[in-house]
Design a protein around this ligand. Structure first.
Ligand code: ZN
Length: 1013
C-alpha cells in the first residue's frame, strides 16, 4: 500500500468527516419523528388546453351521457384532462395514492386486487384502475384513458365513466373533448427499418447498461406504453430506441437455458445449459438452476473462475495422475463445457461485467447485495424475498454497480416473471402493476446515469429471456403429466389384459418422489417440468426393470419400451401424445403437443397426436455453421441395432410444426441454413422451431461425456391452453416452443441508435452477447458465437432510401384482452407425495435459516425508522435523509468526495457492522484502500508531470501489488462464504427435509396395478 503524507492526512481528514456525517445523520434521525394530522389538499389539475365546451365526467357518476350518437365504423377521438380522488384518504400516505388522472393507475392498493371493475382491472384484467372508460349504447366498456382515437364498434349513444367498482366516495371530475375526425388518428409514428438498410457502427468509448426484465412480453409493453403507463421505458426505448420486433429465445423457453444463450451467444448444444434442473443419471440426483446456489453452479458449468478454477485444475490433475491423461480430459469435460460467457470476453481486456443477482453469476451473491435486499424485505419474511428482488437489484445497481464504470452493467428485474406465474392472468392482470413498478426502477437508474453525466455515453438495452403464454383469452389448464400419465396405476383385467389407467411407474421430480410397491431406487422415471410448458423425461436404459442408468435410451428401445415383462411394449412418444384430459371449459383434449426424441447424432423425431410425425436432420456446412432439413414421415418403428425406421410421406397434407400453412412443400426437399429457417418460421406458431428443437435435443462433440450423464430420453411440450404441473395456478407460464413463449423483448437505445424505429427482420437472443460486446467496443470474431451482431440498429450517414414514418394506431397495439375470464381450477391428483419442503412458508427450515442469516444485514437506519413509526408503507425519514446526503456525495463534482462517499458506504451500516470483521466493514476497508490508491496515483501523476517523468512515487507498481492482494482476498472470502451456504442450505437442510419426506411417504406406497372388471 502506498501511503504518502498527503494521503495519510487525507485519510485522517476523511475519517473525521465520516464520523461527523454519522453523528449528523443520527441527529437528523432523532429530530424527524414528529407526526402531522391528515389535511387533505384540494384536487388541482392543469386546465390548459381544456376548452369551455368540454364534457364534464364527475367521478361519482358511473356513466355520463355524452349527448352524442356515433355510427358503427365512424372515427371518434377523445381527449381527456382532469383529476379525481377515488377514496377519502385516512392517512397522509393515502393522499397521493387516492388520486388519478384519466389514464388511471396500476398502483392500486393490494386490498383492491379482487374487486370487480367495470373494465377488468387490478387482479383480474389489463385495464388501469380509475381510468376514463367509454361505452356505446349497452355495449361493453372500452378503455379511453387520457386520449383515444378509434373506429366505433357499433351504432348508438356514447357514454363515459370512471373505471371504479364503487364511485360513491369519489370526488373531482374528468373533462373530455370528443370529436369526429375524418380518419382514426395514430397514437405514435414508427420508422420501419428496411430489410436492406445499411449497417452502421457504434460510437466509441461507450458502456452498456442492460435492463433484463424477466419474462416481459413485448406486446404487453407496447400496449402499456400506448396507455401512458410506462413513461421511462417509452422515453428510453419505445420512442427513444430501436425495437427488434421478432426476437426469439431458444428451446425450452425457460430462464436458465435462455440465460445460457443470452450470455454466451451460443445455443445449448454448445454451451450445455439444457434446462432449469440438471438430473444426473450417474448419481440419480438433481440440482436446480433456480436454487440459491443455482446461479453460481450454472456459471461454473461454463467455466470455473478464481478459487474454483484452481480447485478444478488440481482435482483434474489428481485424476490424471492416477488414471492417465485421457481420464483427466474426460473428467474435465464432464464438469464444465468450456464455453466463454460475455464476462470472459470483458475480463480478457482487464474489465468485467457488473451485476446484482442474476440467473448466471460468478459471485453468488455479490458482496453487499444481501443488504440491498434486507433494505426492502420485511423482517423475518425470507419466504417473500422473491417479491423484493427488483427493488434490491435496482438499488444495488445505483448504489454499487454504476460507479464501477464497467463496460457492461446488467440489472435483472425478475418479478415480472414470478408474478406472472403465480397471479391471475399474468401480464393481462396482476403483473401490470409489477411492470409499472419496473418502469419506475428503470427511471431511478437512468436518473443516476444522467446525474453522473454518463447517460449520453451509455447504450441502454431492454431485454427479456422469454415471453409468457396464457392469460389473454383463456386461463391455462394444468395437466399432471407426472402423476396422471406415468404414476397412475395400470388397470388390468382378471385375465391379464392392460385396459387403461396410467403406466404405473414410480416417479421422481426435483425434491419430490412417489413410489409404487416393489420398485427400488433405480426403477423410476425422472421428470423435469413442473409448472412449465415443456418437460424432460429420463428412463432406465433398455427397459423399466433394467435399473441401468449408464446413458440415454436408443430410439428403438423407446419405440417399444418394456415397462414390465408380462405387458406388451409401449411406443412411448405415441403413448404420451395420445393422452387425453378435460380442460377447465369441460372439453376433452390432447394436453401434450409435441414429443421429441433424438434419433442419432444428427437427427431428431417429432411426434404429435393430430399432425403426424416429422424428422429434422442437420449437417455441417463447408463454410461453417449448420443446415437443416425437415421431412414429414410416418410408420416410425424400431429398426436394427437400436435405430428407428420410418417411411417418408410424399405429399404431406399436415405436419407437426404446421409449416405447410406458411411454406411451400418443395422447401422440405432441401437443406437450409439457420438464417433461412429463422426467416421461414418466424411468422409460424413455432418460431425458429426447426433450429431450436434440434439444438436442444442434440449435443456437440465436446459435450459427448455430459450427454451420457445428463441427456433426457424424451422431451414433451404442452399444447396451447395447457401446462404441466402438479399444482393449479391462475397465472401464465413458458417453456413451450410456441410464439407467445419464445418471443422475447429486445430494445436498444443510445448514441447512433435509431430512435422510434422497428426492425422486423427476425433475430435471436444468441445475438445479444455479440451485439453488446460490439457496443462496448470489444473486438469479437463471428466464429466465437452462433448469434450475429445486429448492426442495422445503428443509423448511418449513408443515403438511405427514406422510409416514411408508419402511423401506429390503438388497434395495432390493443391486445383485446378486456373480457373477464372465469377461473375454474381442475382437481389435483389425489395421491401426491407429502413434503415438508414449503418454500412459500415462513416455517420452512430453509426460510428460518435465511431469516436468521439476514438479521445481520438489517439496516441500522431502517430499524430507527421502524421504531419511530412502525407499520407498512410508512415514511422512512432517517433512511431517506441518509440516502439523500449520500446521493449528493456520490454525485459530487470532486472525484475524491464521490469516491470517498462510496467507500464509506454509510447508508448500508447494518447490525453486523458492530463487528469489525463484518463483510460490510471488509467492503469499506477494501473501498478505502482503493480510494487511497487513487489519491496516491493522482498525487504521483501531478508530481511526475512537474518533473517530466512517468512516475516518481512508483504508484503503478505499488497499485498492481495492492490490487493483487485485494482480489485474492475477496475471491477466497466469497468462495468460503458460498461453500458455507452450500453446506448449510443444500446438504444439511435439504437433506433433513428429504429424509423426513421419505419417512412420511414410505408407508403410503401403492401397487402399480389394480384389477378392474
Ligand atoms: Zn425467465
Amino acid at each position: 500500500m502506498l501511503l504518502t503524507h498527503a494521503a495519510e492526512r487525507a485519510l485522517l481528514h476523511k475519517t473525521t468527516a465520516a464520523l461527523g456525517v454519522v453523528v449528523c445523520l443520527w441527529l437528523c434521525a432523532l429530530s424527524s419523528g414528529c407526526h402531522h394530522d391528515v389535511a387533505v389538499p384540494e384536487l388541482t389539475c392543469d386546465m390548459r388546453g381544456v376548452s369551455g365546451d368540454a364534457l364534464v365526467v364527475p367521478a361519482n357518476a358511473q356513466w355520463v351521457d355524452s349527448g352524442m350518437d356515433v355510427q358503427s365504423g365512424e372515427s371518434v377521438t377523445l381527449v381527456a384532462h382532469g383529476r379525481i380522488r377515488h377514496l377519502i384518504p385516512q392517512t397522509e400516505q393515502e393522499i397521493e395514492k387516492s388520486e388519478a388522472g384519466p389514464a388511471g393507475t396500476f398502483f392500486y392498493d393490494d386490498s383492491q386486487g379482487h374487486q370487480e371493475f367495470p373494465l377488468p382491472a387490478a387482479g383480474s384484467g389489463p385495464a388501469p384502475c380509475y381510468c376514463l372508460i367509454g361505452r356505446i349504447g349497452e355495449g361493453r366498456p372500452f378503455f379511453v384513458g387520457d386520449g383515444m382515437s378509434i373506429a366505433a364498434e357499433s351504432t348508438g349513444r356514447l357514454y363515459l365513466g370512471v373505471n371504479d367498482f364503487d364511485v360513491s366516495d369519489n370526488t373531482g371530475e374528468f373533462y373530455v373533448e370528443v370529436s369526429k375526425p375524418d380518419t382514426v388518428q395514430p397514437v405514435s409514428f414508427r420508422q420501419d427499418v428496411r430489410r436492406d438498410a445499411p449497417e452502421g457502427l457504434p460510437a466509441a468509448g461507450c458502456s452498456v447498461v442492460v435492463f433484463y426484465v424477466d419474462g416481459l412480453r413485448p406486446d404487453v409493453l407496447e400496449e402499456m406504453s400506448a396507455m401512458h403507463h410506462v413513461p421511462h421505458l417509452t422515453e428510453h426505448f419505445i420512442d427513444g430506441g430501436t425495437h427488434m420486433r421478432n426476437t426469439f429465445t431458444a428451446f425450452p423457453s425457460d430462464t436458465i437455458t435462455s440465460n445460457g444463450t443470452m450470455w454466451t451467444g451460443c445455443f445449448s448444444d454448445r454451451h450445455g445449459i439444457k434446462g432449469q434442473i440438471r438430473f444426473s443419471r450417474q448419481r440419480l440426483e438433481s440440482e436446480s438452476g433456480l436454487d440459491p446456489m443455482g446461479p453460481s453452479r450454472t456459471s461454473r458449468l461454463l467455466r470455473p473462475h478464481g478459487t474454483d478454477k484452481l480447485i478444478h485444475n488440481a482435482q483434474a490433475a489428481t485424476v490424471g495422475y492416477f488414471e492417465g491423461n485421457e481420464a483427466e480430459i474426460r473428467w474435465k469435460s464432464s464438469k464444465r463445457t468450456g464455453i466463454p460467457a460475455v464476462y470472459d470476453y470483458l475480463r480478457v481486456e482487464g474489465n468485467d461485467w457488473a451485476t446484482g443477482v442474476l440467473p448466471i453469476m460468478t459471485d453468488a451473491p455479490p458482496s453487499m447485495w444481501t443488504r440491498s435486499l434486507a433494505r426492502h424485505l420485511p423482517y423475518f419474511q425470507a419466504h417473500q424475498a422473491w417479491q423484493y428482488i427488483d427493488d434490491a437489484n435496482a438499488h444495488f445497481a445505483v448504489r454499487h454497480l454504476l460507479n464501477r464504470e464497467q463496460p457492461l452493467t446488467v440489472i435483472w428485474l425478475p418479478e415480472t416473471d414470478s408474478v406472472s406465474h403465480k397471479y391471475c392472468r399474468g401480464q393481462f392482470g396482476t403483473t401490470r402493476k409489477t411492470i409499472a413498478m419496473a418502469d419506475v426502477l428503470v427511471g431511478d437508474v437512468t436518473e443516476e446515469l444522467r446525474a453522473q453525466g454518463r447517460l449520453q455515453n451509455t447504450y441502454l438495452v431492454l431485454v427479456s429471456d422469454h415471453g409468457h403464454l396464457g392469460g389473454r383469452k383463456t386461463h391455462l389448464t394444468r395437466y399432471d403429466l407426472v402423476h396422471e400419465l406415468f404414476f397412475r396405476e395400470r388397470e388390468v383385467t382378471a385375465d391379464g389384459r392392460w385396459v387403461g389407467g396410467g403406466l404405473g411407474l414410480s416417479v421422481r421430480q426435483h425434491r419430490l418422489e412417489n413410489w409404487h410397491t416393489g420398485d427400488t431406487k433405480d426403477k423410476m422415471v425422472y421428470v423435469d417440468g413442473n409448472s412449465d410448458g415443456a418437460a424432460r423425461i429420463f428412463l432406465p436404459r433398455g427397459n423399466y426393470q433394467s435399473g441401468d442408468w449408464n446413458g440415454p435410451n436408443r430410439p428403438a428401445d423407446l419405440l417399444a419400451y418394456q415397462i414390465a415383462p408380462h405387458l406388451p411394449a409401449v411406443d412411448l412418444p405415441q403413448y404420451i401424445v395420445s393422452s387425453r384430459a378435460v380442460n377447465h371449459a369441460g372439453e376433452e383434449q390432447n394436453p401434450v403437443d409435441l414429443a421429441l426424441m433424438k434419433l442419432d447424432d444428427r437427427s431428431i423425431l417429432i411426434t404429435t397426436a393430430d399432425r403426424g410425425q416429422a424428422i429434422i436432420d442437420r449437417r455441417q456446412r463447408k463454410k461453417g455453421g449448420w443446415e437443416y432439413r425437415y421431412t414429414v414421415v410416418d410408420n416410425v418403428r424400431p429398426g436394427a441395432n437400436g435405430a428407428a425406421e420410418f417411411d417418408v410421406v410424399e405429399n404431406p397434407k399436415t405436419d407437426p410444426l404446421k409449416l405447410l400453412q406458411e411454406v411451400w412443400p418443395q422447401y422440405f426437399t432441401y437443406y437450409h441454413d439457420e438464417e433461412k429457417w429463422l426467416q421461414l418460421t418466424a411468422p409460424t406458431e413455432y418460431p425458429d422451431g426447426v433450429v431450436t428443437l434440434t439444438r436442444h435435443m442434440l449435443w456437440q462433440d465436446h459435450l459427448k461425456v455430459r450427454e451420457q450423464e445428463y441427456a433426457p430420453d424424451l422431451v414433451v411440450t404442452a399444447r396451447h391452453g395447457w401446462f404441466f404441473g402438479t399444482q393449479n395456478t391462475p397465472g401464465t407460464t413458458h417453456g413451450y416452443p410456441l410464439a407467445d413463449a419464445v418471443r422475447a423483448t429486445w430494445y436498444l437505445s443510445g448514441p447512433n441508435i435509431r430512435r422510434g424505429a422497428r426492425i422486423h427482420e427476425p433475430a435471436r437472443l444468441a445475438d445479444l452477447t455479440p451485439t453488446i460486446l460490439t457496443m462496448a467496443s470489444v473486438n469479437t470474431r463471428p466464429e466465437w458465437f452462433e448469434g450475429t451482431v445486429r448492426r442495422t440498429v445503428f443509423a448511418t450517414a449513408a443515403a438511405e432510401p427514406s422510409a416514411d414514418d408508419t402511423p401506429v394506431h390503438w388497434r395495432d397495439v390493443d391486445l383485446q384482452a378486456w373480457d373477464k375470464l372465469d377461473y375454474a381450477p381442475v382437481p389435483e391428483f389425489d395421491r401426491q407425495p407429502i413434503t415438508v419442503n414449503r418454500p412459500g412458508s415462513p416455517w420452512d427450515v430453509n426460510n428460518i435459516a435465511y431469516n436468521a442469516l439476514t438479521v445481520g444485514d438489517w439496516s441500522v437506519f431502517r430499524l430507527v425508522d421502524d421504531a419511530l413509526a412502525p407499520g407498512k408503507d410508512k415514511k422512512k425519514p432517517v433512511t431517506e435523509t441518509v440516502d439523500s446526503i449520500e446521493r449528493r456525495g456520490r454525485r459530487s463534482r470532486h472525484k475524491w468526495v464521490a469516491e470517498g462517499t462510496h467507500a464509506l458506504n454509510v447508508s448500508e451500516v447494518s447490525l453486523s457492522d458492530y463487528s469489525l470483521t463484518s463483510s460490510g466493514n471488509m467492503y469499506r476497508a477494501n473501498g478505502v484502500v482503493d480510494w487511497l490508491q487513487n489519491r496516491g496515483t493522482r498525487l504521483d501523476e501531478k508530481i511526475s508531470d512537474k518533473v517530466g517523468r512517468n512516475t516518481v512515487l512508483g504508484a503503478p507498481k505499488v497499485n498492481r501489488a495492492v490490487d493483487g492482494v485485494q482480489d485474492g482476498y475477496w475471491d477466497v472470502y466469497k468462495y468460503v462464504q458460498r461453500l458455507m451456504v452450500e453446506v448449510l442450505d443444500e446438504t444439511v437442510l435439504n437433506g433433513l427435509e428429504n429424509n423426513v419426506d421419505r419417512a412420511i411417504n414410505a408407508s403410503r406406497k401403492t401397487p402399480p396395478e389394480i384389477l378392474v372388471q
